[in-house]
Design a protein around this ligand. Structure first.
Ligand code: RP5
Length: 167
């Protein structure tokens, strides 16, 4: 059975910003589960999710949090699965705080990070990680890339059309 993606958000206020991640996973036929757990407000819950993730058939974990975003790091400290941070835009620093929290992890406990508000790419990246051992997921990503490239051609034609009309 293909492994799943575990998506953890630090608060339900992160819901809208992390939603693009599971929309992408659905589009690629990748199974996922979503949980709310806070590194600061419910640390035991975070530790339990992380420690049981491999046994629960997850292959990668996405951790969405804003502000002093320790969620991805605490998860990584409690699992050897790959962990990807999704820095959420919140508060006066606009997500820069969450991004720096993700990319400045101490040596030996790595996490990857997408950009601020990068939930869509987090979905694609999680699928790519699973695709290393799942040819069906790899084929769907390949098909998506082909469609994406075709869409650039459509955009190009549209722009040339607009330029022609502007003359
Ligand atoms: C973080 O603090 C959460 O991930 C969220 O991005 C931010 C604010 O949380 P709430 O105060 O809205 O619950 O831990």
């Amino acid at each position: 059975m293909a492994r799943k993606v575990l998506i953890v958000m630090g608060s339900d206020s992160d819901f809208d910003q992390i939603t693009p991640a599971w929309k992408v996973l659905e589009s690629l036929g990748v199974e996922y589960e979503v949980q709310v757990a806070s590194a600061h407000r419910s640390p035991e819950r975070v530790v339990a999710l992380a420690r049981n993730a491999r046994e629960n058939q997850f292959g990668v974990i996405l951790a969405a949090a804003g502000g002093a975003a320790h969620l991805a790091g605490v998860i990584a400290a409690n699992t050897t699965l790959p962990v990807v941070a999704v820095p959420v835009v919140v508060g006066s620093l606009g997500g820069v705080d969450a991004l720096l929290s993700a990319v400045q992890m101490p040596g030996g406990v790595p996490i990857a990070s997408v950009g601020i508000g990068g939930a869509r790419n987090a979905g694609y990246f999680a699928a790519a990680i699973l695709s290393a051992s799942e040819p069906e997921i790899a084929a769907r990503i390949e098909a998506f890339r082909v469609d994406q490239a075709k869409n650039v051609e459509v955009q190009d034609a549209r722009v040339r059309d607009k330029l022609g009309k502007a003359k």
